[in-house]
Design a binder for this molecule. Structure first.
Ligand SMILES: [Zn+2]
Length: 425
């Protein structure tokens, strides 16, 4: 064991309250990243709340040294999610990804008018709409009532309920099992893996397939993407960890691929364990081997992450201090989500950033969580002509740069903080 790990071991011994791994039940003993105390990343502060206290919760992420599942401490508080802000519209990149995804998957599994597609966490139906357009029977399951209503309005049949094993039972009992079950970005935010995975298993028709997408832990580690980490996410999956977890609930990963989308995404295809219709593709073993080669089954890899996160913080602060000393005007693009973790971890407030803008208007007149930077309309960019625009939502950075390339007219430049700070001229 290296000195670093011994040092970390001492600290984690003190934190024996971390609890047990949600994947395999063994005690969690190793820190992956301790980002300190953070507010809920989606909760904007109103003017009335400015004089009030704001709840902060530990953002301490562990890695299980038995099944390699990276997870938040199950015993730490997280507060209640703010459903209002979580209902932000999908970005153009996500809509385009959904369109491409649907075409690929329809071809791959030869779906037609006799097929039945279910999506868990179907948002406002922006993905399922592509199946409806192809006359494929589908059903969305979405816990947020306003999103479910918007989906129905757009012609996508949707149940306004959370995806649970009990609901899967109900649907299966009424003969509504799926040929294709889509559960993108559902696994990382699951509060109960057993309930989710048992529900998926129950809802598959014989020969049916579940397709799951989630951020790729390998990309998170290598790309230093600590800004993904927040209280909305319970888990951060490698294929190695995902395969181990799904196998405990009667499912088998029969195919997997890495996609460049959103900074690195894993797409895994699941079927029932004994389903002979879907032999396991060699790509699964290949990707698992690749994760092993890149150190995802070695504690030392995880132990090195925190130092890289701190280095990114120093880089960002170094840039901001220098810019302010030169009298530069710096603003942020992005008011919640990934930006909140980054700004709070770095302690960047109005001492560095004059304001924040975002494409959705729900933040106007409010303040960023924790850091309390005023959120103003996008038009302020043209009015105040900032020298630097710090882009916080990494998955939208190309979209943001092309939509606002007019800042170059007055010599403005875009800055992207992760994986390492980069100024675009
Ligand atoms: Zn485990």
């Amino acid at each position: 064991m290296s000195p670093r790990l011994s040092a970390r071991g001492e600290r984690t011994t003190l934190r024996s309250g971390a609890g047990r791994c949600a994947g395999c039940g063994r005690p969690l003993r190793h820190t992956f990243a301790d980002l300190g105390m953070h507010p809920r990343s989606e909760r904007l502060i109103t003017t009335e709340q400015l004089d009030e206290m704001e709840p902060f919760f530990p953002l301490h992420i562990y890695v299980c040294d038995a099944c390699w599942l990276v997870q938040r401490s199950p015993s730490a508080g997280t507060g209640e999610p703010d459903e209002e802000v979580a209902a932000a519209p999908p970005s153009e990149a996500r809509i385009a990804h959904a369109h491409q995804y649907a075409s690929q998957i329809v071809d791959r599994f030869a779906l037609d008018a006799r097929s039945f597609v279910i999506q868990a966490g179907s948002h406002n139906g922006y993905l399922l709409r592509n199946f409806v357009e192809r006359d494929i029977h589908c059903l969305g399951i979405e816990a947020a009532p306003d999103l479910a209503a918007a989906a129905v309005e757009a012609g996508v049949p949707t149940l306004a309920r959370p995806f649970r094993e009990a609901l899967a039972e109900e649907l299966a009992a009424s003969g509504r099992q799926a040929d294709l079950l889509i559960a993108n970005d559902v696994l990382p935010v699951a509060d109960d893996l057993k309930d989710l995975l048992a529900g998926i298993e129950r809802l598959l028709r014989p020969g049916g397939v579940a397709v799951l997408e989630f951020p790729d832990l390998l990309r998170l580690v290598e790309g230093n993407q600590f800004d993904i980490i927040d209280h909305r996410h319970t888990f951060y999956f490698s294929l190695t960890a995902a395969r181990g977890v799904v196998e405990r609930y009667g499912l088998r990963v029969f195919n997997a691929e890495e996609l460049p989308a959103f900074g690195g995404t894993l797409r895994v295809h699941l079927c029932r364990e004994a389903d002979a219709a879907h032999p396991t593709d060699p790509a699964v073993a290949r990707l698992i081997e690749r994760e092993h080669e890149h150190g995802l089954t070695d504690l030392e890899t995880y132990a090195g992450f925190e130092e890289r996160v701190r280095s990114a913080k120093r880089q960002m602060l170094g840039f901001l201090i220098e810019a302010k000393q030169r009298g530069k005007h710096v603003v942020a693009y992005g008011d919640t989500g990934s930006g909140a973790t980054l700004l709070n971890f770095c302690g960047v407030r109005t001492d560095f950033l004059d304001y924040a803008v975002d494409r959705s208007d729900q933040g106007y007149g409010k303040y960023t969580p924790g850091t309390r930077i005023p959120v103003v309309p996008l038009s302020r960019l043209r009015e105040t002509r900032p020298d630097y625009v710090l882009i916080l939502p990494r998955d939208r950075q190309d979209e943001i740069m092309s939509q606002h390339d007019y800042i170059r007219d007055w010599g403005g430049r875009f800055v992207v903080p992760i994986p390492g700070l980069r100024v675009y001229s």
